[in-house]
Write a protein that binds this ligand. Structure first.
Ligand SMILES: NC(=O)c1ccc[n+]([C@@H]2O[C@H](COP(=O)([O-])OP(=O)(O)OC[C@H]3O[C@@H](n4cnc5c(N)ncnc54)[C@H](O)[C@@H]3O)[C@@H](O)[C@H]2O)c1
Length: 260
């Protein structure tokens, strides 16, 4: 198979697991991550595993994928890697934003809000626009972003990310609506609470969240990055060609279950 996928946020958590899964499925992996310090060491382990699984068809770039300059700089490189062939997938799995409340000791600032909504929401649009105009997306390509229950629930410290999730869902819906006629689909996957690095940044009480999620989840566990990777793998099959402008839940039914 000669198909390539592009993962924004492909080193840890959902994106890291997806890179491994899709490499096993036979896809070449092009991925961005933004890791420093200890996170960089974890990223290096993922990269060497993906490199092995993909027989070396793997390119990771450690830089801010939400910056316009990055898109412009790397588009020609991506085209060169795929040899001009269309990408099977553009995945947004970036976790990078301000986690603070709107009021209280550290009320969110306009700069923090704008940054969070751009990086975790709107940036998928600018990637899609440029990839589409470069003919790197076409019939059978998927655009997928990750959303969460925070798209309709208010939670401690989650306000800015919550706004970004709602923005991303609207962006994906509109992408799917406008590009559907080209055979390109756009969908959001709603993951349940997943113990990843990003979760630990939302609140100091993340371990309590994990425990309460386990008891309220109908399947009595939290979501794993491998659950999401498996869902994305399924969505790349031709049988999923007609799934568009949708939110796909991968959370064991968590979103249907209130607090116990
Ligand atoms: N963990 C959860 O409970 C949960 C639930 C639902 C949805 N999500 C969503 O899943 C997505 C991935 O989060 P995760 O939990 O896997 O977190 P994670 O921290 O494990 O992974 C985040 C990834 O984003 C990359 N990244 C961060 N900033 C970047 C930037 N500017 N440019 C390029 N790469 C960047 C990191 O290097 C890493 O690869 C996020 O959108 C998150 O909101 C997470």
């Amino acid at each position: 198979m000669s198909e390539w996928v592009l993962l924004l946020g492909g080193s840890t958590g959902h994106g890291g697991a997806t890179a491994k899964r899709l490499a096993k499925d036979g896809y070449g992996i092009i991925a961005f991550h933004f890791d420093r310090g200890d996170a960089k060491k974890i990223a290096e382990e993922t990269i060497s595993e993906v490199n092995e699984l993909s027989n070396g068809r793997c390119h990771y770039f450690n830089t801010n994928a939400a910056a316009e300059e990055t898109i412009n700089e790397f588009l020609p490189k991506i085209k060169e890697i795929t040899n001009g062939a269309k990408l099977k997938l553009l995945l947004h799995s970036i976790a990078f934003g301000t986690t603070t409340n709107f009021f209280g000791n550290k009320p969110v600032t306009q700069r923090q809000m704008d940054m969070t909504v751009h990086v975790m929401g709107n940036s998928i649009l600018y990637w899609t626009q440029k990839l589409f105009s470069e003919k790197l997306l076409g019939k059978g390509s998927r655009v997928i972003g990750l959303t969460s229950e925070g798209n309709y629930l208010a939670m401690e410290g989650y306000g800015p990310v919550s706004v970004a999730k709602v923005a991303m869902e609207a962006v994906l819906r509109q992408i799917g609506w406008e590009l559907g006629e080209h055979g390109i689909t756009a969908n959001a996957i709603q993951a349940g609470v997943t113990p990843t690095r990003a979760l630990t940044k939302i609140t100091d009480r993340w371990e309590d969240w994990v425990e309460s999620t386990k008891s309220r989840n109908p399947m009595r566990r939290t979501t794993t990055p491998e659950d999401i990777a498996g869902t994305i793998s399924m969505l790349l099959r031709p049988e999923a060609d007609f799934i568009n402008c949708s939110i796909i839940y991968c959370d064991g039914g968590e979103h249907r279950s209130g607090a116990i």
